[in-house]
Design a protein around this ligand. Structure first.
Ligand SMILES: Nc1nc2c(ncn2[C@@H]2O[C@H](COP(=O)(O)OP(=O)(O)OP(=O)(O)O)[C@@H](O)[C@H]2O)c(=O)[nH]1
Ligand SMILES: [Mg+2]
Length: 298
């Protein structure tokens, strides 16, 4: 378990309580330990937090201070920053793992960060101070309760935003409605950067996009492969310092094109499934991991 020297003093979290699993169950000694993540809830799975950051040096103190001390690793994916993002991250959090992004774009950054994670659970958190690490127990709790993929929602009951403009709200509603119609989902928020999932579902998500469409594509793929998706309310704060990298019209149009692309791909897949006699033999059984089920909800 990593120490994150310096972080624990700044963050108010419940006292560490490690209980060997074997002691709790009376079974032979196991490697896992439970950690208290909030009052009345202890978890054994390890948690990685991925923070994509492009010129966010001035926001990192705020962001890191919100990350609870029970998090096992924090990965900062640096997007060719020209400010002191990397040095500041290392100064604030000596245990931080720096991933130097090879490509460009938030989607590319998250993909590189996800593939470097060692935790059982992966959580994505923005570096501009808009997403609050203090909400992490909600995401982890939902995963522990049976979800495969947990999306934060600013528009679920209990959520909110200090940041969203009228234009963005409308655009997000239109895109969410389109996805719900095309994929049979009931998402209340589509383009939000606070999500968490079990790391073993990463191959099923098969992420291959580079830009701000990444959250949308993740949400669609999660539905397409049959993952159990839960929404939890989240409050989006205003960016603390600096300027957004998102261009509403350009990125909104790009997201719309990705939605249509995913829909066409799902229809093609469905046709192949229907045409192929081999698929007949692949009817899922009770023991089949849900991420390996064929897509069927286009
Ligand atoms: N590594 C990396 N991070 C990026 C890149 N583009 C954006 N980010 C980060 O992704 C997060 C979200 O980007 P923002 O620019 O805040 O965009 P947004 O949150 O969608 O839009 P706002 O609501 O206007 O803030 C921030 O932490 C950015 O620093 C990139 O190309 N590489
Ligand atoms: Mg932002």
């Amino acid at each position: 378990m990593s120490s994150f020297a310096g972080l624990a003093e700044r963050v108010t979290v419940p006292e560490w309580k490690t209980v060997p699993q074997a002691e709790a169950s009376g079974e032979p000694k196991a490697a896992s330990v439970f950690r208290m993540i909030e009052n009345g809830l202890a978890v054994a799975p390890t948690v990685s937090v991925v923070v994509p950051a492009k010129n966010e040096a001035r926001n990192l103190a705020h962001v890191f201070a919100s990350i609870p001390a029970w998090v096992d690793e924090v990965l900062l994916v640096d997007g060719h920053s020209v400010d002191d993002t990397v040095a500041e991250a290392q100064r604030l959090l000596p245990d931080v793992r720096i991933v130097s992004q090879q490509g460009h774009g938030k989607g590319d950054a998250l993909r590189e960060g996800f593939s470097a994670c060692k935790g059982d659970i992966i959580v994505m958190l923005d570096a501009d101070g808009s997403t609050d690490g203090g909400e992490l127990p909600r995401f982890v709790s939902a995963l522990m309760a049976g979800a495969d993929f947990v999306k934060g929602s600013r528009f679920a009951s209990g959520g909110g935003s200090d940041d969203i403009t009228g234009t963005r709200r409308l655009g997000n509603w239109v895109l969410s409605t389109l996805v719900n119609l095309l994929f049979g989902t009931k998402y209340t928020d589509l383009c939000y950067g606070y999500n968490a999932f079990w790391a073993h579902h990463l191959p099923a998500l098969d992420l291959n996009c580079d830009g701000f469409e990444i959250e949308t594509v993740m949400n669609i793929r999660a539905a397409k492969v049959g993952l159990r998706v839960h929404e939890v309310p989240s409050h989006e704060h205003s960016r603390v310092h600096g300027q957004s990298n998102l261009h509403v019209a350009r990125d909104g149009w790009r997201i719309a094109k990705f939605i249509v692309r995913e829909w066409l791909a799902a229809r093609g897949l469905k046709r192949r499934v229907v045409d192929s006699p081999v698929r007949e033999a692949q009817v899922p059984t009770a023991g089949t991991p849900i991420a390996e089920l064929p897509a069927d909800n286009a």
